[in-house]
Design a protein around this ligand. Sequence first.
Ligand code: NAI
Length: 339
Amino acid sequence: MPHTDSNRLILFSARQYDADTFRQANEAFGVELDFQEAHLDAQTAILARGFAAVCPFVNDSVDEAVLQKLHEGGTRLIALRSAGFNHVDLHAAKRLGITVTRVPAYSPHAVAEHAVGMILTLNRRLHRAVARTREGDFSLTGLLGFDLHGKTVGVIGTGIIGRVFGCIMAGFGMQLLCYDPGKPADDLLARGARYVELDELLANSDILSLHCPLLESTYHLIDEDALNRMKRGAMLINTGRGGLVESNALVGALKSGQLGNLGLDVYEEEGGLFFEDHSDNLLQDDTLARLLTFPNVIITAHQAFFTREALIEIAATTLGNMKAWLDGTPRNTVDAPSS
Ligand code: NAI
């Protein structure tokens, strides 16, 4: 095994904003930081040789082959700088004795507020209105929206983010329908939320927002069948994970009018696309290309988390997780589900 200095952390897929916030948060920790723009994969894992701790981002590959290479290089901690951990082979990590930590909550407001921003944009066609007025077109045709007040919003997953989202929507005077296999959230119940089965939520929601994790049980939760069971013309917002929605089913649902509006901050095939400038390249993903042509679709590139407050909290928690692990008291660990 190569010599590893346990106080060194290498960040993959690192951008200037990561470097800025990690350096700022690191004043309290004194970790030796290394920033790599490269994605983590089987080829780039070699860069982590000698680093006990590796910090990947959401679209990095942390599969068995990568973990094996990292382990050979001396890595013993995967310190995720995200809440989601669906991109990590937890069974392989466990077998190799690699601890995995994450940032369970940084700013639920950042993600919830982005989802609300998408709803307001789609409903009032702000994306089209702004483009029009810049061109001197001051007409209103095609920009007709609806009052949120009195309509019904379905919240799928009422954990930390879904609860904040539900509270904001209740503030608009919307009725809340919730679906979550876990315990109902008191603050949503206090705002009149009703917990119902998924079918009832799909059939009765004017707007549906996804805030559950991507698990085997939630993969393609919204597929062609679920889209058909939704209220005709409803709006779907996904700031959760791309795999929650069957992307190929979206185009048909939009063309038929069954799906009235679509806001995506995450996309099934976003790896290799999101977080980078591809404007000089031809888009190879035909589904994404088609989705981008609809006037009632907006897509953002996994930016819901992207606020100053969230970035600082992510950096501080990631570094705190690493220090706790070094002290022999790991926290915010993610364990492999028992199979
Ligand atoms: P959380 O763990 O607090 O809440 C998730 C909720 O989903 C829990 O209440 C859980 O019981 C529920 N759930 C589990 N299985 C479900 C199912 N089959 N149907 C409905 N609900 C189910 O997680 P948190 O912090 O609220 O985050 C939610 C998700 O948001 C994360 O897993 C992550 O994928 C995504 N996220 C997206 C970000 C972005 O930038 N777009 C940033 C941060 C998180």
